[in-house]
Write a protein that binds this ligand. Structure first.
Ligand code: HEM
Length: 448
């Protein structure tokens, strides 16, 4: 058996004391670790038999992302999400099964189809802005999350009104809100300890949502009703053996797309807005670009999609505050990563956050500077907010497109500013890192 030839250092603390700052002060914790251990470090978490090895050099990320389906698995790392997403969720599968599901899910989230979603994204954003209060402080994160949830419900199910939509939406909001408690990332807290506990409430909401999801799957299968939504495409999808997806596979993938696809995008949007509003000139430059590209006043999706500075702004927001700060794999065979020989069974993590803050890649890394993306192209192991390799986020194109549509609509339709007081911090919401206090801002006036 191979041993670590050179050992990576780690904090000389009991696992529970490492977990707390990781859960509650993730960015300062990672900053301190990155400074102290420039080559990478090990992390020991409670109930984890083998310490995880964290790398924050882009070359190591490249090596990890190049690992094949049989070399490394991610399902084990994502297992905490199992009770909510289901055991056939793409996030939990590995090997051949993972590749099969990924192929089935890919087409609706790519290329041509994107443009058919643009007008709906813009309309939902305009409808939301119409309800924002004027000249008073309000948390925008919830509003953005409602927009991204409605987008994903529409795109995934093809429904945006009616009783089912409202009931399902209500249950999902409840589930996702409860699931953002960082404690639920720990298997110990994923237990039903009686009717008054949060896990019990979560389990009940999940049962009710499942009933609706299975009901809709069966109804659509039986009626043959199809639209331009993802469920329609998945109902007709066949794998290489000509087999369709089962009801429970469909349920798990729908839940996965809903859960993975809206909170992440809303959080990235909150950070993006914060930086645009903190800058003296960026908002005006973005509006000028929309005008020059002919995207205003009508908000034409294909013209918004062409705006280079808007694209750079979205990328820079995802660089500076990557919503998911770390991704991981468990080695299924020994491998050499970052010059270290690692045993089979070792969890290897890529710190997206620390790579994004390397001054050798991004000079003056804590500064929000979208122009760096206009001056330079970054490799997939240098800019990696969506992870990489065969597990890279399948919603990447969708999320980037959606962020541009929503930000352009907000810039065109609302005059916003940051409140005079109150610093925004990074706080954990489940697996994502979001702005504190729901990212408060003030709308001075609505534009027509
Ligand atoms: C700004 C928004 C988003 C961010 C930052 C984000 C980030 C990520 C990351 C870091 C991963 C793990 C990748 C890895 O392990 O290498 C991931 C996986 C995934 N994401 Fe996203 N995501 C976003 C939006 C979306 C959207 C809109 C969808 C679907 C509509 C989605 C669906 C998924 C799925 C299904 C996976 C699992 C992929 C697999 O295991 O093969 N995500 N995402």
């Amino acid at each position: 058996m191979l041993r670590l030839m050179r050992r990576l250092p780690g904090l000389p603390l009991p696992p529970a004391l490492t977990l707390l700052p990781y859960l509650y002060r993730p960015f300062p914790f990672l900053d301190a670790m990155g400074k102290r251990y420039p080559e990478g470090f090990t992390l020991r978490f409670p109930a984890m038999p083998t310490p995880a090895v964290v790398f924050h050099h882009p070359d190591a990320a490249k090596e990890i992302f190049a690992l094949g389906a049989d070399d490394a698995h991610a399902g084990q790392i994502n297992a905490v999400l199992g009770p909510i997403l289901g055991k056939t969720s793409l996030l939990l599968l590995d090997g051949k099964e993972h590749l099969r599901q990924r192929k089935l899910l890919m087409p609706p989230l790519h290329g041509e189809r994107m443009s058919s979603y643009g007008a709906r994204m813009i309309a939902l954003t305009e409808a939301s802005i119409a309800t924002w209060p004027e000249r008073e402080r309000f948390p925008v994160h919830d509003r953005l999350q409602a927009i991204t949830l409605d987008v994903i419900l529409r795109v995934v199910f093809g429904i945006d009104e009616g009783e089912l939509f409202h009931r399902l939406r209500e249950r999902l909001v409840g589930i996702l809100e409860l699931a953002t408690n960082p404690m639920f990332l720990l298997p110990w807290f994923q237990r039903d300890l009686g009717p008054l506990t949060r896990w019990n409430t979560l389990a009940r909401a999940l049962r009710e949502a499942d009933e609706m999801l299975y009901g809709e799957i069966r109804r659509r299968r039986a009626s043959g009703e199809r639209g331009d939504d993802i469920l329609s495409l998945l109902l007709d999808a066949r794998d290489e053996q000509g087999e369709p997806m089962t009801d429970s596979e469909l349920r798990d993938e729908l839940m996965t797309l809903l859960a993975a696809g809206h909170e992440t995008t809303a959080t990235a949007l909150s950070w993006g807005l914060r930086w645009i509003l903190a800058s003296k000139s960026l908002g005006a430059r973005l509006v000028r670009e929309l005008e020059t590209e002919g995207a205003l006043p009508g908000l034409a999706p294909e013209r918004i999609a062409r705006c280079a500075l808007l694209d750079a702004t979205v990328r820079e927001a995802l660089r500076l505050q990557p919503v998911v700060p770390m991704v991981g794999r468990v080695l299924q065979r020994p491998a050499r990563i970052g010059g270290y020989d690692l045993d089979r069974g070792t969890p290897v993590l890529v710190s997206i956050y620390l790579i994004h803050r390397r001054p050798d890649l991004y000079p003056d890394p804590t500064r929000f500077d979208p122009d760096r993306f206009l001056r330079q192209r970054f490799a997939p192991h240098e800019w990696l907010p969506f992870g990489g390799g065969i597990r890279r986020c399948i919603g990447m194109a969708f999320a980037l497109y959606e962020m541009k549509m929503i930000l352009a609509t907000i810039l065109a339709r609302a005059e916003l500013r940051l409140p005079l007081f109150g610093k925004v911090r990074e706080v954990r919401r489940g697996v994502t890192i979001a702005p504190s206090r729901g990212m408060p801002l003030v709308m001075e006036r609505r534009a027509s």
